[in-house]
Structure formats: structure tokens, C-alpha cells
Design a protein around this ligand. Sequence first.
Ligand SMILES: [Fe+2]
Ligand SMILES: [Fe+2]
Length: 267
Amino acid sequence: MKRPLTPDPSVRAAIEILEPLMLQRTSDLPVLPALALEALALSRRANVRMDQLLDVIEREPLLAARVLGVANSAFYSRGMPTTSVQYALVRLGTHAVRDVLTMAVYSSTVFDVPGLSELVRECFDHSVVVARASRELARSLDLDPEVAFLAGLLHDVGYARCLKIARTALAQVERGPMLEAVDALHAAAGGVLARAWSLPAEVVLACERHHTPDVRDYAALVGFVEVSLEPGRSEHLEGQRDAASAALGLDADGAAKADAIVAAAPR
Ligand SMILES: [Fe+2]
Ligand SMILES: [Fe+2]
């Protein structure tokens, strides 16, 4: 989930074991269920209707539970809990429902790595924050906010896959080098996964190139946003910021304005 460091010998050895497994072993890729693909497709449509959303949500009890949970949260409920999915949808509005739907599908289908679930949780929380801020920044840069949201949400999707494979393939390797190897390979692994799922080309690139952006695309947007969200920046993250700013065509002033938009985005 981080930008890869220049690896020391133990990390390099771990990468050598992990890399071919990650890039070649595609037969065990986690399957994105039809329902998840449907939700992702719906989330990209500008004029999605409530009845279409209701149709997807009602077929999956876990999604329905999640939507009700968010609608009944302090932020949305105003002290009036509901048990009706339909009413919950009206209360949330299409925008919030699409977010909940996409996140619920993503978190329940991809992230299952026994023993390392706290890292997976952290990665997912990071992705949600990056997704929201990417959507805000996209508006001011004339990029599509909904593609930006999806790119942000899925950019580190390779991380969980890397962890899952590393857990068994690198069982003999210490945790530190194992996690560095995962950091080094997660972007390439994310590209493999996003292609296998036939996700939009912009999202595939965001997975693959967010730490090494070089053109004005959603990889550069997400790469900028995630560094902007880091409070204390290492030299190493500054490199990613410089590359992303240049790719987005932002000078120092433009980058400072972009930072302010990212800082003001909902968490
Ligand atoms: Fe990230
Ligand atoms: Fe990453």
C-alpha cells in the first residue's frame, strides 16, 4: 500500500519468491461475484435510479444490512431509526447509497486474509478516505468524480492479494521483509486483479501506477491524494508527490490548492 522502498537483500529475496506467484498464478484470483460487478457498474452511472439500487440491495442481505446501518447512523438518522431498505435509500440519497454499496461489496468479497486482518482493515480504511478525497479533487481538475472515487477505492486492491499469497509463500520470512515485499509488489498485483475483473481501464492504471504516475490520469490523481493525506512526509513520499503534481500539471500554487481540497474532503 506504500510506495516501494529500495529493497535490502532479505526483501529482495522475498520479492523474488513472491513476484512470479503474483503475476503468473492467475487461476486462483478471487472472483468478484456477479452482484459486485453489477454494483460497481451501477456506481459508475450518472443517473442511476433508486429502484435499480433497491433491486441489487434486496438480493443481498448483507448489503441491505449495511445500508440500513449507515442510514440509522447518527449522521443520517436524526434520531428516527428505520427498518425499511426503501426508506433508508431515500434518506441516504443515491450518492451515499452508491458509496455504501461499492464499499460493502468490495470489503466483503476481497478482504479475507486470516491472521493479517488488521492490515487489510487499515488498507480498506485508507482506500475509502483516498476515494472520497479523490472525488473532490477530480471536480476541480476536470476529471470524472465517479471514476476518481472508484479508482481511489480500488487502487490498493492488490495489497490484500499480495498479503494472502505472502502469508503462505513467505511463511519462513520475517514479518518486516515480508511486508516490504508486499509493498513493492502490490501495485503490479492490483493491475493483474483489476484486469481479471474487467474493471475500467482508468481503474486498472490507477491500481498499477499510483506510486509511479507519469501522465495526467487517475493514477496521478490518486497518487497525489494519498501523499497529500499523509501528515509527515518522508523524502520517499515527496518523490511520489512531485511525480503526481507534474503529471497533473500542478505548479507549487496548484499543488497547495489541491492540498486544501483534499484536507477539506469528507473522511
Ligand atoms: Fe494507497
Ligand atoms: Fe499503493
